[in-house]
Design a protein around this ligand. Structure first.
Ligand code: NDP
Ligand code: HSE
Length: 424
């Protein structure tokens, strides 16, 4: 006999709507292949009109989270409201009532995973969040279940759809930053407050979750170095391209000697690297394991249907598991390994200078004095000013920063315009 699983959805916006669409349109497909009759029993949203817009009968609208928590027939609750509160309180309530929770909320998981997991354990329930990272791409399940044999050495990803969409439009169509952001918002990729996307917070939340799972250790999001894309100019994109690179907002997690390195920042990626061709709202994670070697996961990182696909995968997973799955490391909320910050890579440094004799030689001397060796440079000059774009060999971040602060004080310098890391 088929099993009936009643589901509640809290927040029926982009992702909640995509989830509802899959559960209704693919109801019979799921019944036939999974042997489970999934029924959306209750929907909670601030906006009754939105519930109606999905053709959901009004009697399914819940008046409060308490109504959902008290409903003994509901065994899986989807949280797709977003934000920290009241999502945290709502999730804790339903977990304590013994219901499995499926969420897309990376901000909440990265900030309060330990408390939520404690509530899940207390309620004997599961907490699943495949949709929180990389949209429709099944990266979390892969890290938790398919790659157990491996010590993951590194993961490098494009894990924010909005910024990848913006940078792709700026690069390929010469579109302005503002126009590209507006399009990403209209397409439903951006967070409620797009600052989270463009300043790299969203990617930092996701990197903290992915690194914790990949490295089997707690990597709080506050330990993730973060820089957004708002300072990237069309000139940087053009000069990078002349040097053989494309700009991407990368999230990088690496195992180092004693600990891990976790950072989110704009990065020049060699045009020949598999991540260079990941455009638009697509996401990808390139990882290396000690036995599996290189792997790349690629797909849609945002949007109603891809993210809904990840949510429904967790609903099925929760409904089928005999006992809940919890993290396999001490999920204390505190880093228990060293988080290193003196990265080693190539750097692109863009400097505006006075176009005078000896300026280039002086800048080169400052770099050399600070152990920074130059691999390539481009100079463009007009009206007594020159723009010089340096590409260094791999060097320590502390060395390049020391050189840059010395250059900033030098008379011949007008401004250090930008410093962008380069993927090896
Ligand atoms: P939306 O804003 O489209 O949807 C959220 C819905 O929840 C809205 O209908 C909102 O109503 C409702 N809501 C918010 N607060 C409450 C509340 N207190 N009580 C009842 N209803 C509430 O957001 P998204 O679907 O884009 O995002 C949802 C979550 O999914 C977020 O955590 C986001 O980070 C995550 N996510 C989003 C992706 C995407 O592509 N959009 C991809 C992956 C993850 P109202 O609009 O009136 O506030
Ligand atoms: N705002 C997020 C993005 C949604 O652009 O990637 C997916 O998590």
């Amino acid at each position: 006999m088929d099993k009936i699983v009643n589901v509640a959805i809290m927040g029926i916006g982009t992702v909640g709507g995509g989830t509802y669409e899959i559960l209704t349109k693919n109801h019979d497909f799921l019944l036939k292949n999974q042997g489970i009759d999934f029924r959306v029993k209750k929907v909670l949203d601030k906006n009754l009109e939105r519930i109606r817009s999905f053709g959901i009968p009004e009697e399914k609208a819940a008046s409060s989270v308490d109504e959902i928590a008290a409903d003994k027939d509901i065994s899986v609750v989807v949280e797709t409201m977003g934000g920290v509160e009241p999502a945290k309180t709502f999730i804790e309530k339903v977990l304590l009532s013994g219901k499995n929770v499926v969420t897309a909320n990376k901000e909440l998981i990265s900030k309060h995973w330990p408390e939520l997991e404690a509530a899940a354990k207390k309620g004997g329930a599961g907490l699943y969040f495949e949709a929180s990272c990389v949209g429709g791409v099944p990266i979390i399940r892969a890290l938790e279940e398919s790659l157990q044999a491996n010590r993951i050495n590194s993961l490098v990803g494009i894990i924010n759809g909005t910024t990848n969409y913006i940078l792709t439009k700026m690069t390929e169509e010469g579109m302005s930053y503002e126009a590209a952001l507006k399009e990403a918002q209209q397409l439903g990729y951006a967070e409620f407050d797009p600052t989270s996307d463009v300043e790299g917070y969203d990617a930092a939340y996701k990197l903290s979750i992915l690194s914790s799972l990949a490295f089997h250790t707690c990597v709080p999001y506050t330990c993730v170095y973060r820089e957004g894309i708002t300072k990237i100019t069309k000139t940087d994109i053009k000069m990078g391209s002349e040097m053989g690179y494309v700009i991407k907002l990368l999230a990088i997690g690496k195992r180092t000697g004693d600990g891990v390195e976790v950072r989110v920042h704009p990065t020049f990626v060699p045009k020949s690297h598999p991540l260079a061709g990941v455009g638009g709202s697509f996401n990808a994670v390139f990882l290396n394991g000690d036995f599996v070697d290189d792997l790349m996961f690629y797909g849609r990182g945002a949007g109603a249907r891809p993210t809904g696909s990840a949510i429904v995968s967790d609903i099925v997973y929760a409904a089928k598991r005999v006992s809940p799955l919890y993290s396999d490391f001490d999920n204390s909320g505190k880093a228990d390994v060293e988080i290193s910050s003196d990265y080693v890579c190539k750097y692109y440094v863009s400097i505006s200078v006075n176009d005078a004799t000896g300026v280039l030689a002086s800048l080169s001397n400052v770099f050399a004095k600070n152990n920074v060796s130059i691999e390539n440079l481009i100079q463009k000059g007009e009206n007594g000013r020159a723009a010089i774009f340096f590409l260094t060999h791999a060097c320590k971040e502390s060395d390049v920063r020391r050189a840059v602060s010395e250059i900033e004080k030098y008379d011949g310098t007008n401004r250090v315009e930008n410093l962008i890391r380069v993927l090896e």
